[in-house]
Design a binder for this molecule. Structure first.
Ligand code: NDP
Ligand code: 8X3
Length: 251
């Protein structure tokens, strides 16, 4: 029986690349995101490889999360792998100049959204004593950098929740792992800089950033180890990066 993966943030970047590699490796897909047109296109494309269904909802809206997950067709109700990937940075400014709407968005999406989705999926994994939860953290969840404040706090929370999930779900035989990327060239910076493509491009200038497919490849490796193996925490940098703030743009 092929496993089924539930991927949040599948419409772009790391989530989309993960959907693509999973599809090509016989993993059935539940693709989630807010942009329905992208979900439809991806479903059409990946249905050539595997069974795919989609759920359009906002992870930060508790009722939407619960309703969407309850609406899954019968043959997609058993979820073997949950990839908690949806998230973004909103803004890059000092704590004293931060925009409270940005703070709300990051805490609601990156932290509460991850919790809402996980809470809806825990019961079936606990019942079956089987399941794999992969939380996409960030180097921002291990270190703090200037002007990163609330995004870093949200990813530190993901790091803490990842560890908490592993401890609390241990007796239920559920695998929990986190992957913490450094700089990945996706739509991430466009969202952070609210559509300012010049600022976004500058983030990835002068070095070879990680690509979404690099992280997807690692996620696929992690979830395909034998069941007794759990790679629990990985930090992944581009070679040009040495820490959250040290990036060699002169290679
Ligand atoms: P993208 O902006 O390319 O993708 C973000 C995804 O999250 C989109 O599919 C988006 O879908 C989804 N998403 C955002 N907000 C919501 C919401 N409220 N409800 C549902 N889905 C939402 O960025 P990445 O692929 O880079 O980011 C994926 C994850 O990786 C994030 O958690 C990010 O923090 C993390 N990360 C990224 C790094 C990077 O440098 N790029 C480095 C470290 C971690 P839609 O808009 O359709 O809802
Ligand atoms: C994204 C990477 O360094 O911009 O999580 O925080 S960083």
């Amino acid at each position: 029986m092929k496993p089924t993966a539930f991927i949040t943030g599948a419409t772009s970047g790391i989530g989309k690349a993960t959907a693509e590699i999973f599809a090509k490796n016989n993993i059935r897909l539940i693709l989630c995101g807010r942009r329905a047109d992208r979900l439809d296109k991806l479903q059409e494309l990946l249905s050539n490889f595997t069974e795919v269904t989609t759920l359009q909802f906002d992870v930060s809206k508790r009722n939407e999360v619960e309703t969407a997950i309850k609406s899954l067709p019968k043959d997609f109700q058993k979820i073997d792998i949950l990839i908690n990937n949806a998230g973004n940075a909103h803004g890059l400014s000092s704590i004293q100049n931060g925009d409270i709407d940005d703070w709300d968005a990051m805490l609601d999406i990156n932290v509460k959204g991850l919790l809402y989705v996980s809470k809806a999926i825990f019961p079936q994994m606990i019942k079956r004593k089987s399941g794999f939860i992969v939380n996409i953290g960030s180097i921002a969840g291990k270190e703090v950098y200037a002007n990163g404040n609330v995004y870093c706090a949200s990813k530190h929370a993901v790091n803490a929740l990842n560890k908490s999930m592993r401890i609390d779900l241990n007796k239920h035989n559920i695998r929990v792992a986190a992957i913490h990327p450094g700089a990945v060239e996706t739509e991430f910076s466009e969202v952070r800089f609210k559509g300012d493509t010049e600022k976004a491009k500058a983030v990835y200038a002068g070095y070879k950033a990680l690509q979404a497919a690099d992280i997807a490849d690692i996620i696929h490796f992690v979830v395909t180890r034998p069941y007794h193996v759990n790679i629990e925490d990985l930090v992944v940098y581009p070679t040009a990066q040495a820490s959250a703030t040290i990036l060699n743009r002169n290679l």
